[in-house]
Design a protein around this ligand. Structure first.
Ligand code: ADP
Ligand code: GN1
Ligand code: MG
Length: 357
């Protein structure tokens, strides 16, 4: 490491030791255990090619949210991320060797979970993601930078996957023939939501685009949603991306990287809890095409994530952080197990959605 973290925190006018924190797959996160606490992050600039634009989005979005939270009588110190400025008044610090760091206030008395513990908890997460989307409904979408272009463009993701298979950079193709076939045989799915966007039935909104359970913090006492975090990918997108991705992660019976696949299934009770909470918040603004595709979106976002994990495995693990040799393959396999299970449950899921519309 060419940079000294102790030097970097001083750029944000604090002077304490920091230690590694959290389980994100993308950025390097540290906690400063001072009073009050702070979160320091090294932005992954291999993935976010223009960190300045990421921070411009985050500053603008959090300032917008701050005003709404204050108007609603909420606590802006806890209910949105708060960017700490550097000694030079900037929203990030760039080291001489080109690393980008940012600092946030630590959201006090709140917890991020790696797995859902109860339907009630997932219902609270759903309400938070729904509220987040509502608060940004009148945000000027055209002013946001695309921090990762075509992030949820599943046709592009499919093409990238085909390229990873063709290149076989890590020489692993031979190990994953069945998984590759699983992805290729579902090519038509990749166009469904995009077709709806192209023909105007599915509106673009300002969406979070990474609604994993550990990207929402819940109050440690009441269990209610406090703050939606990880705003790197807030961009124009479909509401179905936020709904589907949250279910991909949260309605799974097991961890994203579970190796015993018999433990993995799509939990309909959790699906119902999330659906109830999300529709309670955003239901009034749903279009008929969105309503129709709610169940399918859980499958689509799980399929997309599975092909991203498998593509990264084929490319030699250059995107997602891994902690063991076949980690990305283990992750891809849970996603495909879920996709297959969702396919069997789509009719039941449609009935559940109808209960809340
Ligand atoms: P990544 O993009 O790598 O997922 P995140 O921004 O999600 O990075 O941060 C990783 C983890 O750090 C989160 O899942 C959460 O547990 C914790 N975290 C991040 N920001 C804050 C914050 N402001 N307050 C409290 N915890 C935070
Ligand atoms: C990454 O940053 P994190 O860990 O919340 C990824 C998501 C994936 C997720 C899979 C910017 O999310 O798109 O769905 O891993 N974020 C980015 O766990 O690629
Ligand atoms: Mg995260």
């Amino acid at each position: 490491m060419a940079y000294q973290l102790s030097e970097i925190v001083r750029q944000f006018t604090i002077d304490v030791n920091v230690e590694a924190y959290g389980n994100g797959h993308i950025n390097d996160t540290y906690i400063a255990n001072s009073e009050p606490k702070y979160i320091l992050q090294r932005i992954n600039s291999a993935i976010f090619k223009k960190p300045e634009e990421v921070m411009a989005n985050i500053v603008a979005v959090t300032e917008f949210l701050r005003k709404k939270i204050i108007a609603a009588g909420g606590d802006p110190e806890r209910e949105t991320l708060n960017v700490i400025k550097t000694v030079d008044g900037k929203s990030f610090y760039k080291t001489d060797d080109g690393n980008y760091f940012r600092m946030y206030k630590y959201v006090e008395r709140a917890v991020g979970y790696e797995m859902v513990e109860s339907p009630e908890q997932f219902y609270q997460a759903a309400r938070s993601f729904g509220k987040f989307q509502n608060m940004l409904a009148d945000y000027p979408a055209e002013t946001l930078f695309d921090t990762i272009p075509r992030f949820h463009d599943t046709e592009k993701r499919f093409a990238d996957f085909e390229e990873a298979v063709a290149n076989d950079l890590a020489g692993r193709k031979v190990l994953v023939k069945d998984e590759i076939d699983f992805v290729l045989s579902r090519k038509a799915d990749a166009s469904v939501v995009l077709n709806g966007i192209r023909n105007g039935e599915i509106p673009l909104r300002v969406t979070h685009n990474d609604t994993k359970l550990n990207n929402v913090l819940l109050d440690s006492k009441t269990g209610e949603g406090v703050c939606v975090i990880d705003l790197d990918t807030v961009m124009p997108g479909s509401l179905l991306y936020d709904y589907g991705d949250a279910l991909r992660f949260g309605a799974s019976s097991g961890a994203e990287d579970e190796i015993y696949l018999e433990k993995i299934y799509f939990d309909l009770e959790l699906f119902e809890a999330f659906t109830k909470g999300f529709i309670e918040e955003v239901g009034g603004s749903l279009t008929p095409a969105e309503i129709e595709l709610l169940p399918f979106s859980a499958k689509l976002l799980t399929y997309e994530c599975g092909m991203r994990f498998l593509g990264d495995y084929l490319n030699g693990d250059t995107y997602f952080k891994i902690h063991r040799e076949h980690h990305n393959l283990d992750r891809a396999r849970t996603q495909f197990k879920l996709v297959a299970d969702i396919e069997n449950k789509l009719d039941e899921m449609k009935k559940i959605v109808k209960k809340y519309i």
